[in-house]
Every structure is written in C-alpha cells, then in structure tokens.
Design a protein around this ligand. Structure first.
Ligand SMILES: NC(=O)N[C@@H](CC(=O)O)C(=O)O
Ligand SMILES: [Zn+2]
Ligand SMILES: [Zn+2]
Length: 434
C-alpha cells in the first residue's frame, strides 16, 4: 500500500480551496483536519486539482511499431501530461481486431501501472472496411471494450457503418468515427484552400469530413445507436453536430488541441511536423471549434497523440506520415487557448478532459469521478503558473514529432495520482514523497 497523502490548499476545479486526504487509493476526506499517520503532506497552494484526465484518442503503437512508441513510453508521457486513463487506438500491427490483441494491450497497461490503458477495438477486420471484427468477443473479453474505431481510416461503406452501429447497441457501446470521405481525399496532403493552392499540395476539402459526419449522425438516428466523431476540424462539422444534437441524435464529438491552436498557414514551412489528419484548417475553423468547445457542442478534447519514428517525419512533406504528439502538451495548450482567454474555466476543463471522455468511453465507474470522499484518488494537480518551453528532447514519449518545439506553454501538470499512487511528480515534490 502506498503512503497516505494530504493535499493542502488545492483549488478544487479552480474554485474552492480545500484539503484532500488520500488513503489506500481512495479520497477519504475533503476539507477535514484528519492527518493519517505517516502521510505525505503536499502544499498545493496555487495549484488546481482536477479529476485525472482521460484521453479518448491515443496511439500507443504497440504492438508493431515499438520504435515509435510503446505502451510503457506512451503511459509515461500520459502520466506526465496529467492523464490517468487513455484509450488506445486499434491501428497497430497486428490490428486490435480480436479479443486476444485487446486483452494483451489491456494487461500490458495494467502491468506498467502508470495509466489505465483502455483498448479501442477495430470496427472492421484489419481496418479494411469490409467485414465487421469480432466486436462481441472484444466487448466480453477482460478488456471490456466499449468503443470501436477504424481510426486512421474512415468506416466508409454505409452498410458496414450501419451494421456496426446496430451491433454496439447490444453492449451499450459506440462507434467512433474518423470522418473522411476516401474518394474526396485521394492523395490529399493538407487542407484544401488558398494555402494548398499556393503551395501546390493536393487539398483535403472540408466537405470530405462534413459529409461523413452528417451521414453518420443520420445513420445513428436511423438505427437508434451512438456515434462519436473524432478530431472534428471544420466549422461546417460543428454546425452539423449542433443540428444533430438539437434533433436528439446520440452523437458526441471531440476536438484536438492542435486543431484549436494551429492553422493551415503552418504548412508554408513545409515542415512535416504540421502534417496531420484531418489537416490543420483555417482561422475561421479554429474559432468555430473554440466556440463549440465553450458552448458544449463539442463534448471533449482528445489528443490524437500520434507518435512517428523519425524516418517517417524527417523527410519531405509528401512522403511524411500524418500525425503529431499530444499527450504532454495538451493541458498547456488548453490552458493557453481556452482558460487564459476566458473561453472556459477549469471546471469546464474537468468536464472536457476527464468527466465527459470517461462517460463516452464507459469508464466512468473508475475515472472522471468527482473530487469527493469515497471516490478513487485519480487526481491531477495543475500549476497554471508553471510556464515552460517545449523541448522535444525532454519528452517522455519515444517519438519526437511535436510541432510545439520552442513554444512556451503557460502551465502543466505537476502531480498525477493514479489510485493514490504518484505516476508523475514535478521535481519540487519529490522530496515530500522521498
Ligand atoms: N491523426 C493522424 O494524422 N494520424 C493518426 C491516425 C488518425 O488519427 O487518423 C496515426 O495513427 O498516425
Ligand atoms: Zn483519425
Ligand atoms: Zn488518431
């Protein structure tokens, strides 16, 4: 058993200042004078306490591309970023399309113990879009899979999508969609617009995302099922989600930190660190995404942490892989673009990055719980005044493909607790736990 921890003067949800007492992995008291014997006492003055963050969209690359990331290095990156749970995407080698693979991923995550790793199952065998995977077997395996996604590719065939939506109803699951019309984006390299025209790079038009978002919302309505749309990137997609929710369709959506911060102008550098799927869009899209996060149309912020080996990124734009790192920088970017701008509060951040993703991922028995007595001690302490400069070489991730090298972020997680066990400690707190 780990030592009891007393966290004094933390600002719960950036709001009331209180003391949290943690014993045997559980919050045993809030704002009491209890001091369990042998407790580690932390002075959290100036720190914001949030429920441990839950990422609904992480690529861990194991099995198959352990040169880019492993469950261990990705777990460490997650803990450092303030996450206590991540949902691991299925586009590994082999693909997570069987009970065997998802059980391995789940068990490896538990063995490492830095973060709960919840595998997402593939919708179709080998992500090929042709035959449904053994979703039921994955759902009933010890990994208890509830979310299914072919992320990296779109579930393009509307009949397959319909069947998947019907199937997941049996275990209260959801289909998680990478919305990309394949025909409209053949060979696409970046957002289709002024910049792609100037640079002469093949464009990925907004309509290629929006048409699939609309189709899937309607399919979910038709069969009475639940769909979650990944990495929403356009103002039009926001309008469709808003419309679908107004109509009572069971749809949820996520935005990534990079789509909330960066635009297609970055492509002018020709630096593949900015090459991502869906592509960075226009400032109008960024503004619409921020507004949708603020008003609740977009339910969650998810990283789409996509590690790549250097040979897949240190090359010319057209040859490079899509994707960028996100776990260690997400909280700082969210503070920068939402909290420090007044668009959202820390209370909102708790909802966007912990409570709502836990609910959508059906892990809300363990994560995204209230900071209250009797709840599991999954806690992230954020120092909103600990500005830092991102240095790719300092990241815990095995990969180095962050687009934020040299950028200053306003704050970061300084302590992460998973069931009362510190999984990340800023050096200033190491002494207290020694
Ligand atoms: N986002 C990306 O650009 N890449 C992701 C796949 C995906 O999320 O679609 C990856 O697996 O590298
Ligand atoms: Zn995707
Ligand atoms: Zn992804």
């Amino acid at each position: 058993m780990s030592r009891p921890i007393v966290i004094q003067n933390a600002s719960l949800y950036g709001d009331t200042v209180a003391t949290l007492v943690v014993e045997d992995g559980v919050i045993t008291a809030v704002d009491s004078d209890t001091r369990p014997e042998g407790a580690v006492v932390i002075d959290a003055t100036g720190l914001v306490a949030l429920p441990g963050l839950v990422d609904l969209h992480t690529h861990l690359r194991e099995p198959g591309r352990e040169d880019a990331e492993t469950i261990e290095t990705g777990s460490r990156a997650a803990a450092r970023g303030g996450w206590t749970a991540v949902h691991a995407m299925a586009n590994t080698t082999p693909v997570a399309d069987t009970a065997g693979v998802v059980e391995q991923v789940w068990s490896r995550g538990q063995e490492i113990g830095l973060v709960d790793v919840y595998p997402i199952g593939a919708v179709t065998v080998g992500l090929k879009g042709e035959h449904l995977s053994e979703m039921g077997a994955m759902a009933h395996s010890k990994a208890r899979v509830r979310l299914f996604s072919d992320d990296g590719v779109c579930v393009y065939d509307p009949v397959i999508m319909r069947r998947a939506l019907e199937y997941v109803k049996a275990f209260d699951g959801a289909v998680v969609q990478h919305a990309q019309d394949l025909r409209l984006t053949e060979g696409a390299q970046m957002h289709e617009g002024e910049v792609s025209a100037e640079l002469g790079l093949a464009g990925w038009p907004a309509v290629a995302e929006e048409s699939i978002v609309a189709r899937d919302a309607l399919l979910a309505e038709h069969v009475g099922s639940r769909v979650h749309v990944q990495h929403l990137s356009t103002a039009g997609s926001v309008e469709i989600i808003r419309w679908a929710k107004g109509r009572g369709i069971n749809v949820t959506a996520e935005a990534t930190p990079h789509h909330l911060l960066l635009t297609h102008e970055e492509a002018r550098t020709y630096d593949p660190l900015f090459k991502v799927n869906p592509p960075l869009r226009t400032q109008t899209d960024v503004d619409a995404l921020r507004a949708a996060v603020a008003d609740g149309t977009i339910d969650i912020i998810a990283t789409d942490h996509a590690p790549h080996a250097s040979e897949d990124k240190d090359c010319e734009w057209a040859a490079a892989s899509f994707g960028m790192l996100g776990l260690e920088t997400a909280l700082g970017i969210v503070q920068k673009v939402l909290v420090d701008t007044g668009a959202a509060t820390w209370r909102d951040v708790a909802r966007l990055m912990s409570e709502a993703p836990a609910r959508i991922g059906s892990v809300d028995d363990a994560h995204g719980r209230p900071l209250a007595a009797g709840e599991p001690a999954n806690i992230t302490l954020v120092d909103p005044r600990a500005a830092w400069t991102v240095r790719p070489e300092d990241l815990a991730s095995r990969a180095r493909n962050t687009p934020y090298g040299g950028i200053e972020l306003p704050g970061r997680a300084v302590i992460t607790l998973l069931r009362g066990v510190p999984t990340h400690l800023d050096p200033r707190f190491e002494g207290a736990f020694a």
